[in-house]
Design a protein around this ligand. Structure first.
Ligand code: SAH
Length: 226
């Protein structure tokens, strides 16, 4: 870890990780159609560069996805903003995220939602995300190393479940952990393997599936890697 004297500068960033760079990122997001000011404000204030290896930190605010190790990626800012906007439009109190990854999407959500749970299947990523979220005092987040396909049954039901990895069929176990009227937001592949951001609303024993836009995510996989 870093020494206490280094911390403020590290958090704020300098040069390519400075406040100006963050402001340019959110101006771009607004121009690209992100309308929710709460999302833009939180993303302007939070240090995305701390969720990458030092060698990549200078690219943190580019409009691109970036590698975080173990073959996984941190989604581009636009995707994080869009998914956060979709989650917030439900005014949820309790949200479950599947695919903590770097923890950046988790951090953004944690600033905007009262209670958050997040599951990751790769130990190395889970560990690093825990350290970052602790450093940034995201105290309303509970993290777990597990196969997110099982959800988080003890804490269900959730108002929103967000997947940040692409499913190939509707994960019924997760649908069953939604509150009535609750929503799951996920990348879902069609039979041609094309991925669609998808919104599923639980209505009693039925679910209403709505296809949104084309996206690209890493796949939802089974099991835990220690
Ligand atoms: N939201 C993340 C994106 C990470 S990429 C970020 O902001 O960095 C998607 C993540 O989902 C990867 O870390 C991958 O390991 C994880 N994942 C894939 N299948 C999973 C599963 N069944 N359970 C939990 N996590 C899973």
């Amino acid at each position: 870890m870093h020494s206490p004297e280094q911390l403020p500068e590290l958090l704020r960033g300098v040069g390519m990780t400075s406040q100006r760079t963050r402001d340019r990122m959110t101006a771009r997001l607004a121009a690209q159609g992100i309308e929710d000011d709460r999302v833009l404000q939180v993303m302007a204030g939070e240090p995305r560069h701390l969720f990458l290896d030092e060698a990549l930190a200078h690219r943190a605010y580019e409009d691109t996805s970036l590698p975080i190790g173990h073959g996984q990626t941190l989604s581009q800012p636009w995707m994080v903003a869009r998914m956060t906007e979709l989650v917030l439009s439900e005014s949820p109190r309790r949200v479950l995220e599947i695919g903590t990854g770097s923890g950046y999407q988790t951090l953004i959500l944690s600033r905007l939602i009262p209670e958050l749970w997040s599951v990751e299947r790769i130990n190395g990523l889970h560990h690093r995300a825990s350290a970052r979220l602790r450093l940034l005092q995201a105290h309303n987040v509970r993290l777990r190393l597990a196969d997110g396909g099982h959800g988080w049954p003890e804490s269900a039901p959730f108002d929103v479940i967000l997947l940040t990895a692409c499913a190939h069929e509707l994960p019924e176990v997760l649908v069953s952990q939604l509150a009535d009227g609750g929503v799951m937001i996920l990348p879902l592949a069609d039979i041609d393997g094309e991925q669609w951001l998808t919104r599923v609303r639980r209505d009693g024993n039925q679910s209403h599936v709505q296809r949104l836009e084309r996206v690209r995510f890493v796949p939802l996989l089974q099991g835990v890697i220690r």
